[in-house]
Design a protein around this ligand. Structure first.
Ligand code: ME8
Length: 511
């Protein structure tokens, strides 16, 4: 039996409510998961929340709550957002759950038994916001975090260390043998040169606060929040409570992360796993960073985009579509109202929406609302057919590269072609001229093309795809359809009743 396809998002910190950056990663994972399910794979799609650590403890304290109260409150915001975005995750992990605490202690013990953990003293810098240890050189004279720019703190405390230095060569060999492990490739090069620059042993426990998982046999220490957090990926797969399932699900096929946390996933995580003897994930894909109207998103600037507000105004599918269509996956992008409205009016309203509404409108008008029976095809019909059948191949290729933008480009090129087919075939003139058989053929080709489009856009804009599916008269739910049927031409049944319906994607005025 084929292995379950396992896709993950980062687990998000509960110190803050979700914004479009978090939505981005989770939407991308959902698209992969839906695409895989359509392709017939068994899928395990995991997301969740990262609830321990000094940052969470401090933020809770500042708001007069216990850390778990803060977590219990914020986790609802994340779960609520995933529901509104139609995210179909198979599990949701919270690091405060018992199954996870057990898993972290077990992993720690395995690494310890391997001789990779020793007690020492940490004396250097720490960024609480990024929960990351930093050296003198990294913080510079200004004493700020090179990643987030916030002031860092001086630490001097007893600490357990992980012998990361021991894994420098094994990691380099692993990257060499698995050239696709880190994607995109320019990120891979960054990681490799970082590792070649030398790896210091990593502090993996803290004593100066208590909100975390205590170290087995030395409860004064809590386990470093990144060691804790990364282990979520194996916990949810069944480690160590259900090893049969674990062996079926693990390793992860893809960890999706933002570029900010690639180092943790591409260096620390594989090193912990190598040490414990567990298999390594197959791929870590780091996507880019969103700015807003050209500026870095930040609370102090007050420009953080609330995904709930975007969904209220434009709908979940629009947000899903925009984030994956606007920017090549892997590169940075800019979120702006103008760009968003441009995509809605252009791609969604004029492109897909218009194609569906005019095609179904003509069937209503010229064919009594039923899919007609086609006659013999003409050359342009055959071009549409050929392009439609080639689309699945292009989509699969793009999805294998995790290139959502390429997938959407291919689909929207096809939509443009079919819109052109409508213009050139001019069904209204065929009707006027009484060319019934030709008219029927054109209308049939249109429904067939729309069927394939609906299936292929389903992972990206599931609600709209479902709606189109219903309107073209297919009774079985789209989610139980298989992508293989997008490789077949002629599946739509003449005689099916279509439903024109209202506008799928209303146009917006850009202010
Ligand atoms: O780092 N643009 O959690 P986090 C794009 N708990 N993506 C963004 C973004 C932006 N402006 N801002 C955030 C953590 N993200 C850890 C992860 S995993 C074992 C532990 C996304 O709440 C992006 O995926 O800070 C980034 O990696 C993640 O949110 C960071 O979320």
């Amino acid at each position: 039996m084929a292995k379950t396809f396992y896709v993950t998002t980062p687990i998000y910190y509960v110190n803050d409510v979700p914004h479009i950056g978090h939505a981005y990663t989770t939407i991308a994972a959902d698209v992969i998961a839906r695409f895989r399910r359509l392709s017939g794979d068994r899928v395990f799609f995991l997301t969740g929340t990262d609830e321990h650590g000094q940052k969470i403890e401090r933020v809770a304290l500042a708001s007069g709550e216990r850390p778990i109260e803060l977590a219990d409150r914020v986790v609802l915001r994340f779960k609520g957002l995933w529901e509104r975005l139609n995210i179909l995750n198979d599990d949701f992990i919270r690091t405060t759950e018992e199954r996870h605490q057990k898993s972290v202690r077990e992993l720690f013990q395995m690494v310890f038994d391997r001789g990779d953990i020793y007690l020492g003293e940490y004396e250097d810098w720490y960024c609480v916001f990024d929960e990351t240890f930093l050296t003198e050189t990294q913080v510079g004279g200004e004493r700020v975090c090179p990643d987030c720019g916030r002031p860092v703190e001086r630490l001097k405390e007893e600490s357990y260390f992980f012998r990361l230095s021991r894994y420098q060569d094994p990691l380099l060999e692993f990257y060499e043998r698995n050239p696709d492990f880190i994607q995109p490739s320019f990120r891979r090069n960054e990681v490799i040169s970082f590792v070649k620059g030398g790896l210091r042993d990593l502090s993996i426990s803290r004593t100066s606060f208590s909100w975390g998982i205590p170290i087995p046999n030395n409860e004064r220490h809590v386990i470093y929040v990144w060691f804790d957090a990364l282990a979520n990926y194996i916990t949810a797969a069944g480690f160590p409570h259900d090893m049969e399932r674990f062996n079926e699900v693990w390793p992860a096929d893809i960890h999706l992360v933002g570029k900010d946390i690639l180092r943790f996933h591409a260096i620390y995580w594989p090193a912990f796993l190598m040490s414990s003897g567990l298999p390594l994930p197959r791929k870590v894909f780091a996507h880019g960073w969103w700015t807003v109207e050209g500026e870095k998103m930040s609370k102090s600037k007050g420009n953080v985009v609330d995904p709930f507000a975007v969904i209220d105004e434009f709908g979940a599918d629009v947000l899903r579509f925009f984030l994956l269509r606007e920017v090549p996956f892997g590169l940075d992008g800019d979120f702006s109202r103008t760009a968003l409205i441009g995509r809605i009016n252009g791609d969604l309203a004029n492109g897909l929406g218009n194609l569906v509404s005019r095609s179904l409108g003509m069937i209503e008008k010229y064919s009594e609302g039923r899919v007609p029976k086609p006659g013999l095809p003409e050359p342009f019909d055959l071009i549409v057919k050929e392009k439609a059948l080639d689309l699945v191949r292009q989509l699969e290729e793009a999805m294998n590269e995790v290139a959502f933008h390429k997938a959407l480009n291919a689909i929207w090129d096809f939509i443009a072609l079919v819109n052109k087919y409508v213009d050139e075939s001019a069904p209204w003139s065929l009707h006027k001229a009484g060319k019934k058989e030709r008219l029927d053929t054109v209308l049939w080709v249109l429904v067939e093309a729309i069927r394939i489009i609906a299936l292929l856009v389903y992972p990206f804009i599931p609600k709209s795809a479902e709606e189109i599916w219903k309107r073209i008269g297919i009774l079985e739910p789209i989610k139980s359809e298989r992508i293989a049927n997008a490789r077949k031409w002629g599946l739509i049944n003449p005689g099916s009743r279509i439903e024109k319906g209202g506008s799928l994607f209303p146009r917006y005025e850009s202010k």
